[in-house]
Design a protein around this ligand. Structure first.
Ligand code: PXP
Length: 263
């Protein structure tokens, strides 16, 4: 059986980080989103944090209004964010843990510990026909709870694996990789759609593209860094090519994602 297409979601948070370093409108994350789509991105991801340190409310509204591909709205499970998501009506909401003092989203959501608190958020988003994804570590207990909570999608946190690869910690990288391989298989067998993201670069995106269970990668920071040197369009094309190589190495023909692949 051919592998399902692998979608590339481009995270534009760090364009907003750069913009917010000064008080003006440039660089505009919506312009980056439009350019990324033109270059082959299958969707756009943006994280509206509680402290608005990068993406702001108005960016999210403009992304929803102006982009032609699905918008994946990353947010913490708070009443404020739920109200904004229900008003914005993105294609998908990815629920992430959030602590003000962290530099980035450091760990997965503890859906086992917080299932009572998360259940009403997931239900309300499901009722609004917004596709809910839970950003979790590739841990069997978390995956099983995500399925119980009726979230249709999980996004596997790839941060620990990517850090170990970049730092050259071979044994840790291998252990984290095996966790991801097993987690993706378990999630798929539990009927979940499986995405992955955090810290991916060309090397790790190529490798993870070989896992047939994974149908979407969400990537931001590395791509925005590369874009400084070669431009965003070139970076999106290079990332797409890395992902296609990974799928092909798994012995599968590469098929482009179509709108109907976004469930
Ligand atoms: N997926 C989720 C849920 C995230 O929180 C982030 C970071 O905002 C990403 C993917 C993208 O991670 P990175 O910017 O490290 O590529």
């Amino acid at each position: 059986m051919p592998h399902p297409p692998l979608r590339l979601g481009v995270n534009v948070d760090h364009v907003a980080t750069l913009r917010n370093a000064r008080s003006g409108p440039n660089p505009d994350p919506v312009r980056a989103a439009l350019l990324a789509i033109e270059a082959g991105a299958d969707g756009i991801t943006a994280h509206l944090r509680e402290d608005r340190r990068h993406i702001r409310d108005d960016d999210m509204a403009r992304l929803k209004a102006e982009i032609s591909k699905p918008l994946n709205f990353e947010m913490a499970a708070t009443p404020e964010m739920l109200a904004i998501a229900l008003a914005t009506r993105p294609h998908a909401v990815c629920l992430v843990p959030e602590r003000r003092e962290e530099l980035t989203t450091e760990g997965g959501l503890d859906v086992v510990g917080q299932h009572n608190a998360l259940a009403p958020f997931i239900a309300k988003l499901n009722d609004a026909a917004i596709r809910v994804s839970l950003f979790i570590a590739a841990e069997p207990r978390q995956i099983e709870m995500a399925a119980k909570l009726r979230a249709p999608v999980i996004e596997i946190h790839t941060g620990a694996w990517c850090d170990a690869v970049v730092d050259g910690h071979t044994a840790k990288a291998e252990a984290e990789w095996q966790r991801i391989v097993a987690g993706a298989a378990l999630a798929r067998s539990a009927g979940l759609e499986v995405h992955a993201g955090h810290g991916l670069d060309y090397v790790t995106a190529e490798k993870i593209a070989s896992l047939a269970e994974i149908v979407e990668l969400n990537i931001g920071y590395y791509m925005m860094g590369e874009a400084l040197f070669v431009g965003l369009g070139e970076t999106v094309r290079a990332m797409r090519a890395a992902m296609d190589r990974g799928r092909q190495k798994a012995g599968e023909p590469v098929v482009a994602a179509t709108p109907s692949d976004h469930a």
